[in-house]
Design a protein around this ligand. Structure first.
Ligand SMILES: Cc1ncc(COP(=O)(O)O)c(C=O)c1O
Length: 419
């Protein structure tokens, strides 16, 4: 017997971030196409968030669909242990070519959280392989989010994130403020001077702290972090799982700051939102620390479905689309339109800020008092927009047409005005 209560429409599913007893029934999706989601009851919603920021070319893109279908006929899966395949080889080469500097060694995994865990493991083992024991801690930043697994929860902001319950259970790292100005840089500099010998790496979401509330910081912050990591001899990990593949206006957010991290994590839009896939990509000097005659120096990690050929086919097809079509130009046009069309929200009661970066548009509220009601009102307007915490935001497909984007911004204006 499945649980009763308003969320009964979930059957035997246990839904994420959901109090199953009190949540309203989930909507049932039956098809997706471009920027539209078709529901079982016949309604069609314009999608404003591209399924947690993944579907950058819109859903069901024919080029990606064809690539996955072709791959399905040849080889849906093969283990990457001891075997390689063309799709993974090609994807790794293409990512290395796209990423700045000598970020050139690509470890494939199956979810964003696992990529972050791999990046942290790489950083810790980097020091162990070089004979420096005790460098086990990460420095992560207030407002940051890096995943929901046990190891990644330990580097999220426990208050801003969703993990405060687990405070006593998780390994301890250092949680500090982003160095937003010179005083912040000096404070972090002093902190690192005192603690560097126990630290493996700094870990940050570049330009946008996504799940922490779509909070932006300027590229200067990243330049400060690069400088500080260099000064204290630490690795810098950028978590580009949300920001990668054009979302902030450049292919990768680190490009806006002109810096090269030592390790970068990717996922979400990597397959154009088609399949689960992620990557932790390391610079040459990081990889070199693992390359020796000693088998214990190898990276001891290997998710079963890492480098799944269907996912690699989707990712390669997604990169084809980035090559053929100017997604960055589209991101910039989306940003300009959102800035225009969300701006009137600024004068509505309860709105404290309207901000746009790349193809991310955010209306910041003082508070959202009745989240379920707000979500239902947006659906009633025919749009799929998922407010959280105290924001209503848009991260549409980079291919969204101006008229569909106006539907989204119009719905947000109408709903916030009515509230
Ligand atoms: C910046 C960042 N890192 C890591 C993750 C975790 O990715 P996943 O949900 O695929 O485990 C997310 C997910 O939202 C994210 O935004």
């Amino acid at each position: 017997m499945t649980s009763t209560g308003p969320a009964g429409g979930a059957g035997s599913l246990w839904l994420p971030y959901t109090q199953m007893r009190t949540a309203p029934p989930p909507l049932r999706a039956v098809w997706t196409d471009g920027c539209r989601i078709g529901l079982a009851d016949g309604r069609v919603l314009v999608d404003g968030i591209a399924s947690w920021w993944t579907a950058c070319h819109g859903y069901n893109h024919p080029h990606i669909r064809q690539a996955v279908t072709d791959q399905l006929g040849r080889m849906p899966h093969v283990m990457l242990g001891g075997l390689v395949h063309d799709g993974a080889l090609r994807l790794a080469e293409r990512l290395a070519a796209l990423l700045p500097g000598d970020l050139e060694r690509v470890f494939l995994a199956d979810s964003g959280s696992v990529a972050v865990e791999v990046a942290m493991k790489m950083a810790v083992q980097f020091w162990l392989n070089r004979g420096e024991r005790g460098r086990t801690r990460m420095v992560s930043f207030r407002g940051g989010y890096h995943g929901d697994t046990m190891a990644t929860m330990a580097v999220c902001d426990p208050e801003e994130g969703m993990h405060s319950l687990f405070a006593g259970v998780l390994p301890r790292h250092h949680l500090v403020e982003l160095p937003r100005d010179e005083d912040g840089e000096a404070a972090l500099d002093a902190f690192l001077a005192a603690h560097a010998s126990g630290i493996a790496a700094l870990l940050v979401e570049p330009l946008v702290q996504g799940a922490g509330g779509m909070v932006f910081h300027p590229p200067d912050v990243l330049r400060r972090l690069r400088r500080l990591a260099d000064r204290h001899g630490l690795l810098l990990i950028l978590d580009e799982i949300f920001t990668g593949f054009g979302r902030t206006g450049t292919m990768f957010a680190c490009e806006a700051a002109g810096i090269v991290p030592d390790i970068v994590t990717l996922s979400k839009a990597l397959t154009g939102g088609t399949m689960a896939l992620s990557a932790a990509v390391a610079r040459r000097h990081v990889f070199d620390a693992f390359s020796s005659e000693n088998p214990l120096h190898a990276l001891m990690h290997g998710p079963t479905f890492m480098g799944n050929p269907l996912a690699c086919a989707a990712a390669n097809a997604s990169l084809d689309l980035f090559e053929r079509e100017d997604r960055l130009e589209q991101a910039s046009a989306i940003g300009a339109q959102m800035a225009d069309e969300l701006e009137p929200c600024r004068t509505l009661p309860g709105v404290t800020d309207v901000r746009v970066m790349g193809a991310i548009g955010v209306v910041q509220l003082e508070a959202i008092r009745d989240m379920d009601r707000l979500k239902a009102a947006l659906v009633a307007e025919g749009v799929w927009v998922r407010p959280f915490r105290d924001i209503v935001y848009l991260t549409p497909a980079l291919t969204i047409r101006p008229d569909k984007l106006s539907r989204l911004t119009g719905a947000i204006r109408a709903v916030l005005r009515a509230a």
